[in-house]
Design a protein around this ligand. Structure first.
Ligand code: F3S
Length: 424
């Protein structure tokens, strides 16, 4: 691998042991990927927090040990200095305010809080969400990033036109300490061109429509880069967030192009660039209906739990949930949790949305989600969600039955205590 003078001095220890280990890790990682060089990155989003029972024994030796083992792949303990570049924490396993409802023991919740202080002193911003782009981390077009979390990565590449691969705990830890990441994959312009074409013939307008199209897309293109033809409705941040999370769940999609909407595709020709345009994959009414059916993994209509806010809700989505619940009461046998970044929760509090949701019997959760924490209300057998991603993962992770529908269908069902949405 070709290194700059600065990278060589980092590797050789002139900037401390932790940065030397980080550079060594990035060189080995890059060489395994076939990268010829590293690239500077000043935007890192990773997972650093100590919020799982398995890190408890490590934390007994201090948080340097946790970071060394989990984020630097080091067997011994290294003193961890301040990050070299802006770095943020993605979603965690524990809501610091609602940990008892999650069934988290107080000792583990306290460990997470201490871990956050440790990380904050090292320059890691506690955004604690899978949607850092909703709370201030908005890289610009062309910016090289080192992000984890598939739903954030696809948003970063496609909607913002910034560049990242799906990184891991170790590579983001090393990137934060050095400001470097291997130059490969989606950092390289030619690798960002479309190589699959989806012709949309069904109407795709509301949030659920966009989610279902995303789910179809992931199954069809797997890890390729699709461009879309035939979409007629203007999407917004929320629809593209939902769409990308769905595509990254059923497939390994990390980037897509919607001509006239996403920044690297002013036209369909520009989306493909030098790539040959393949035969289109058609998404019509029949494909839409089949994909919707695929998302219904339940037979029992009696509902135990409704999960909203995956990816984490925007303030507009919080407003909608409050509006739908205003003056209503959630069924006593059904729990409803709404997930949003903590920074947006503050806005929801001040706007009165949290009060309305709580008065109806709902819970506003931050910092986490059931798929990441693997914690649901006790005894849950049947869930409903407005999220394709949760509908995909939760039945397998939590061994529950799952319904998928619009936010209105989910809220109405939470009030009724039974699934009122479409069955298939
Ligand atoms: Fe975010 Fe959890 Fe969904 S990490 S994208 S809320 S599965």
């Amino acid at each position: 691998m070709r290194l700059t003078d600065q990278e060589r001095s980092l590797r050789d220890g002139a900037h401390g042991e932790a940065r030397a280990r980080a550079m060594d890790l990035l060189i080995r990682y890059g060489e395994a990927l076939g990268a010829e060089r590293l690239v500077e990155s000043r935007n890192v989003a990773g997972a650093f927090n100590a919020s799982t029972p398995s890190v408890r024994h490590m934390a007994d030796d201090g948080f340097d040990r946790v970071f060394s083992e989990l984020n630097l792949d080091a067997d011994d303990v290294v003193d961890i200095p301040h990050m070299a570049v802006p770095t943020c924490q993605l979603i965690t396993g524990i809501d610091n305010d609602n940990y008892e409802l999650q069934g988290v023991d107080p000792g583990l919740a306290e460990l997470q809080k201490q871990s956050e202080k440790y990380l904050g002193r090292r320059g890691i911003n506690m955004m604690c969400t899978c949607t850092p782009y909703q709370v201030g981390n908005v890289p610009v077009k062309g910016e090289h990033c080192a992000w984890m979390e598939s739903s954030a990565v696809i948003y970063c590449n496609s909607v913002l036109g910034a560049r990242t691969n799906v990184e891991g705990k170790e590579s983001t830890g090393a990137a934060g300490l050095t400001g470097r990441i291997p130059y490969w994959g989606l950092h390289i312009p030619e690798n960002r061109l479309a190589n699959r074409l989806i012709r949309v013939e069904a109407d795709v307008d509301d949030m659920a429509d966009w989610g279902v199209l995303g789910y179809f897309t992931g199954f069809e293109v797997e890890e390729n880069i699709p461009a879309f033809d035939g979409l007629t409705h203007q999407p917004d941040l929320m629809k593209l967030k939902h769409f990308g999370a769905a595509a990254a769940s059923s497939g390994g999609v990390e980037m897509y192009h919607i001509p006239g909407i996403t920044p690297e595709a002013p036209t369909l020709d520009a989306a493909f660039g030098a790539n040959a345009r393949p035969d289109p994959i058609v998404y019509g009414r029949a494909e839409r209906d089949r994909t919707w059916e695929r998302l219904q993994n339940a037979t029992d209509r009696k509902l135990d739990f409704v999960m909203l806010g995956c990816p984490h809700n925007s303030i507009e989505q919080m407003s909608l949930v409050a509006e739908l619940l205003d003056g209503k009461r959630i069924h006593p046998d059904t729990a409803l949790w709404v997930h949003t970044p903590r920074a947006i929760r503050q806005m929801a509090d001040r706007s009165g949305y949290t009060e309305v949701i709580e008065a109806a019997g709902g819970v506003v959760m931050s910092d986490t989600c059931p798929s990441i924490s693997r914690r649901l209300p006790q005894g849950v057998r049947v869930i409903a969600t407005d999220s394709v991603k949760q509908a995909h993962y939760l039945p397998a992770i939590a061994k529950v039955q799952g319904w998928f529908g619009s936010v209105q269908q989910c809220v109405d069902s939470a009030i009724a205590g039974e699934w009122l949405g479409k069955v298939a």
